[in-house]
Design a protein around this ligand. Structure first.
Ligand SMILES: [Zn+2]
Length: 75
């Protein structure tokens, strides 16, 4: 999902709720993986990412990509 699309949707929802313009800040936390070959942890840019240390594909996914709504500011 596009962050901009989510942010826009949240702003529309908040605007309808509070009848005023709002600012929504979203943090993107990337996926974390551990290489099974060299045991190093690295961020997954996408599902095709290779280990940046040894270029291996064999890895364990530690954390999936997630989004945090950081702040909603009512102006
Ligand atoms: Zn590796």
């Amino acid at each position: 999902m596009e962050i901009e699309a989510i942010r826009f949707a949240l702003e529309v929802i908040c605007k309808n709720t509070f009848s005023t313009s709002v600012k929504v800040t979203i943090d993107e936390i990337s996926a974390l993986a551990r290489c099974r070959v060299c045991q190093k942890e690295y961020n997954l840019e996408n599902l095709c990412s290779l280990c940046p240390y040894c270029s291996a594909y064999d890895r364990e996914i530690l954390k999936v990509k997630e989004l945090w709504v950081k702040a909603v500011t009512i102006e």
